[in-house]
Design a protein. Structure first.
Length: 334
């Protein structure tokens, strides 16, 4: 202990500690020798000297302690600066676009954007910071994803939406936005946003949906026409029942039963009723109805899942007749 200050708090090494103890020991021995038989005039002088020396040692210890504390603060500050520099580098060089919004200010403006965001939108940081990110929205931006973001932010939660945004030059793009809170205690002073251009993916999904819609419409048309033909056959067979022999009546009954079953299958879920059949030869069945400049090629190895061969043949007839009486609607990507 050095005048109330622990030596270990002074930040000095073992060697320095030894020298300090040695000097203090010599100082105490010197005082003992002086006070063996003090002279009346010398005693006040020695008392004053002792006080001065004691305060000097105390001041030196306090100064060393202050230096140690400042060194520790400097080390902590340097470590924080290194972490901050690393974070800044990660944000700026990240392959994804990053924004940070201040939720404590009115209109929740952006306070930080990285280089990726500038490249994506064409807006420089100095014309972006201080504005709400809604400046990227436009006439084709739907309200639903905007509402989801607003409600999620009010709840202090995370959200991911895809919405139509616009670059600085007015070019639209599909932006996949992920928002996440940056809490501090019980408050959420900032929100971080990750933005990704998913225009190619959105366009591909749009084409797939268009194909599904077209195929669904085609399926309904084919099923409707086939059902009508089958019901017509069933009706004709019923009318012929009184004009055929007993043997012919048996065949008509078979026709009625099968056409009725086929209509029921078309109207019901056919997922469990399909079976593989070959379609070779179907082209010969429909060739009289096809324009002479149209060639139909069906490989012998081609196999299609369908209800039965005769329904498939009917489908070819319907498609051929439809193509000659209805405008063609090309399936995107087909």
């Amino acid at each position: 202990m050095l005048i109330g200050v622990p030596i270990r708090r002074l930040g000095i090494g073992v060697l320095e500690s030894g020298w300090l103890v040695f000097l203090l020991g010599r100082y105490v021995d010197f005082l003992d020798e002086l006070f063996v038989e003090p002279e009346p005039l010398v005693e006040p002088f020695l008392s004053g000297l002792l006080m001065v020396v004691s305060f000097s040692i105390l001041a030196a210890g306090s100064f060393l302690l202050l230096l140690e504390e400042r060194r520790e603060r400097s080390d902590r500050l340097e470590a924080r600066n290194e972490d901050l520099e690393l974070t800044n580098t990660a944000i700026e060089d990240a392959p994804i676009r990053i924004t940070i919004a201040d939720m404590t200010q009115g209109d929740e403006p952006l306070v930080r954007v990285n280089d990726g965001f500038e490249r994506l939108t064409g807006h420089a940081a100095d014309e972006t910071v201080g504005r709400n990110c809604r400046f990227l929205q436009g006439e084709e931006t739907r309200e639903e994803p905007v509402r989801r973001m607003r409600e999620t932010i009010e709840a202090g939660e995370s959200v991911q939406v895809t919405l139509r945004n616009y670059r600085r030059d007015g070019t639209p793009f599909w932006n996949e936005v992920t928002l996440a809170p940056l809490p501090r205690g019980n408050e959420v002073p900032h929100y971080v946003g990750f933005q990704q251009d998913v225009t190619d993916r959105a366009e591909y999904e749009r084409q797939l949906q268009a194909q599904r819609d077209d195929l669904d419409l085609l399926s309904k048309m084919v099923r409707h026409d086939i059902r009508n033909d089958l019901q017509m056959i069933h009706g004709q067979a019923t009318l012929l029942a009184d004009h055929v022999t007993d043997e012919g009546a048996s065949h008509l009954e078979t026709i009625e039963t099968r056409t009725r079953s086929a209509v029921d299958l078309i109207l019901s879920d056919t997922s469990d009723a399909i079976a593989p059949v070959t379609v070779s030869g179907s082209s010969r069945c429909i060739s009289p109805n096809v324009d002479e400049h149209v060639h139909v090629r069906v490989s012998d190895s081609m196999r299609i899942q369908t209800l039965s061969a005769w329904i498939l043949d009917s489908s070819f007839h319907v498609l051929t007749a439809t193509s000659m009486t209805r405008p063609t609607n090309r399936i995107p990507g087909g």
